[in-house]
Design a protein around this ligand. Structure first.
Ligand code: DGT
Ligand code: CA
Ligand code: CA
Ligand code: ZN
Length: 584
């Protein structure tokens, strides 16, 4: 087990103990230990082997023993017994927004609630409102949370789907009976939220491939298996995955069909009909009615050929949403989309100075190892006190630390540089720091963390931030958390217009919970000449991987390398950063 798996196990122990009503110091010790492990900069296995776990803050004898067993064996009988002692439905309750272990425990003990369904029944019967410390308001809030959860239970953030799909695709690719294979559907289109995962495979032996697929280690259960297709539920979040097996001559059309979107497919079929052809999942045919007669087939070995036959350039999967790709592809005017390897660093990131998990030196080392050119440290400002935001004094000390580090990096002969910065809170009437303070920083990201309920008010605050010559970009401009929290009310076009007028950049926050600004807004932003910064908003080293996710979302928003500022080499980026302050 690696550190994240061990941390997850400790987290689960803490939660289970809370559900059982254990003393808070004990439960907190498990949660804190999980945090500590996640923030480790060296492999957990090494610490265990060298018996140095005791050096870690808050890891006492009992924890040391459990961690050692988990790392060594991948299992922990203590955790298994604990799991068995708690009704499984009780854990589900914790997935409801606003319901913590303490309240779940009381609902269980006092009302016998042991599942989400049982809780719904109790709420509807008014029994929850009657409980001490709950009341009408929390009862109706629980019902809302249940409805919300039902709506989203079968939807998954892109990263979860990718993590589940990639090993399966790799396994299929290695299988001797597989000729070609690909993901399809919303995953291939890089949608921010995924219903199910789709795979398309070509093979002469469909049944052997299907046997292999339904028997893969990550498969929890088989929903259905036919001659040419199968559907399964995967371990983890329980994401559904569909596999289609076709003959290799049908691969291009099947892949196009199952990639979608539905809207894109409908337009494709119309284009075929307009040319006296028929397009379906089996191929492109010279026919005026539905057919799959091989004698009528127009050979298209690849999607490129399929699009060419229909008079278009190849449309990258991310653009297949009927958002103007047809008009552009027939005029050879599709943009050349950003590649994730074009990105040279991220301009919004956190460290242990605020709520990040890693010290700046480790962040720099990791960025250099990945071959990046720069990395901005933009910790929270003082108003974000719950995130340990920096006041002026601490900010000054941080700048000194970064200057020292950069000096050391330069002395070692590297061109990599840390950039200084802040993620400054947009408050009711202005920013959390004065212009003089902001002027000392390389990068200023302005974010609205505590929005008002009023659209005009939020819009006004964001526009004012954009108009500040010291602000380089707006961070996560709608504040949404996918499948958790809607965007705050804001007039997005008005904010984009203000950014266009002031030369302010807009962040595409690449955290898979955010992907904010949404891909649907970028065509408008781009048309107004607004530049994008694809930022990790990294809080730990693993978040460096978000660059790839964010680049995919930028592609989905039709963005090119020239539209994205953090593709610039360092000197040009510095010049672009300096330009904002000189505008007025
Ligand atoms: P999802 O799974 O809800 O995130 O979205 P998709 O796009 O992956 O949808 P899915 O898995 O139901 O189907 C995969 C693709 O198959 C879809 O993007 C387009 C194609 N498809 C499925 N049903 C239809 C249909 O009724 N008409 C057309 N034209 N295409 C369809
Ligand atoms: Ca799908
Ligand atoms: Ca599907
Ligand atoms: Zn933020």
């Amino acid at each position: 087990m690696d550190k994240d798996q061990v941390a997850a196990a400790l987290e689960e122990i803490g939660t289970l103990l809370e559900l059982k009503g254990e003393n808070p110091f004990k439960t907190r010790a498990y949660h804190n230990a999980a945090r500590t492990l996640e923030g480790l900069s060296e492999p957990l296995g090494t610490l265990v082997r060298e018996e140095r776990l005791g050096e870690l803050k808050g890891i006492g004898e009992a924890l040391r023993e459990k961690i050692t067993i988990l790392v060594g064996t991948g299992r922990l009988p203590y955790l298994e017994e604990l799991r068995a002692s708690v009704p499984p439905g009780l854990l589900d309750l914790l997935q409801l927004q606003g319901l913590g272990p303490k309240k779940a425990k009381r609902l269980h003990e006092e009302l016998g609630v042991d599942s989400i369904d049982a809780l719904e029944g109790a709420c509807k019967a008014g029994r929850v409102a009657a409980l001490d410390g709950f009341g009408d308001k929390s009862q109706s809030r629980l019902l809302e949370a249940i409805a919300f959860r039902r709506q989203f239970a079968s939807r998954h953030r892109l990263l979860s789907a990718l993590v589940a799909a990639e090993p399966i695709l790799e396994a299929l690719r290695q299988h001797p009976d597989v000729v070609r294979c690909s993901t399809a559907g919303s995953l291939r289109r890089w949608k921010e939220v995924i219903g199910d995962i789709d795979f398309v495979v070509s093979s002469r032996q469909p049944s052997s491939v299907l046997d292999f697929f339904v028997g893969l280690p990550g498969v929890r259960s088989v929903l259905g298996r036919g001659e040419t297709k199968a559907s399964v539920i995967l371990d983890g979040e329980g994401i559904q995955a569909d596999l289609r097996v076709v003959d290799d001559s049908e691969f291009a059309s099947a892949l196009a069909y199952f990639t979608g979107s539905k809207e894109h497919n409908i337009a494709m079929r119309q284009r075929a009909i307009a040319r006296g052809l028929r397009l379906n999942e089996y191929g492109l045919f010279r026919a005026t009615e539905e057919t799959r007669d091989p004698a009528l087939r127009v050979d298209c070995a690849t999607e490129e050929e399929l699009y060419a036959t229909l008079g278009m350039d190849f449309v990258p999967p991310e653009l297949r949403e009927d958002h103007g790709e047809f008009a552009a592809a027939e005029k050879h005017a599709l943009p050349r989309l950003l590649e994730w390897t074009d990105l040279r660093g991220s301009l919004h990131n956190h460290s242990t100075w605020s709520d990040g998990r890693n010290p700046i030196a480790d962040i720099a080392a990791h960025a250099m190892e990945l071959g990046l050119d720069y990395w901005a440290i933009t910790d929270h400002s003082r108003a974000s006190f719950q995130a340990n935001g920096l006041d002026e004094g601490r900010l000054r000390s941080q700048l000194a630390e970064i200057a020292d580090l950069n000096k050391r990096i330069e002395d070692e002969g590297s061109d990599f540089r840390l950039l200084t910065g802040i993620e400054v809170d947009i408050l009711k009437d202005g920013l959390d720091f004065d212009d003089e303070v902001l002027a000392r920083l390389d990068v200023v990201v302005a974010s609205l963390h505590v929005p008002s309920g009023d659209e005009a008010e939020n819009t006004r605050r964001l526009v004012a931030a954009a108009e500040n010559p010291r602000v380089h970009m707006l961070g996560h401009p709608t504040g949404r958390l996918l499948l958790e929290r809607d965007a705050y009310k804001v007039n997005q076009h008005a904010v984009i217009d203000a950014c266009a007028a002031t030369g302010t950049w807009i962040e595409l926050n690449a955290n898979p919970y955010r992907f904010d600004l949404d891909w649907r807004q970028w065509q408008y932003a781009r048309s107004r000449g607004v530049k994008c910064a694809v930022n990790c908003d990294a809080h730990r080293l693993e978040h460096f991987d978000f660059l790839r996710l964010g680049a995919g979302v930028a592609r989905k928003g039709w963005l090119t390398k020239a539209d994205v500022v953090n593709t610039l080499p360092l000197a040009k980026l510095r010049a672009a950063l300096a330009a904002k302050g000189r505008r007025r």
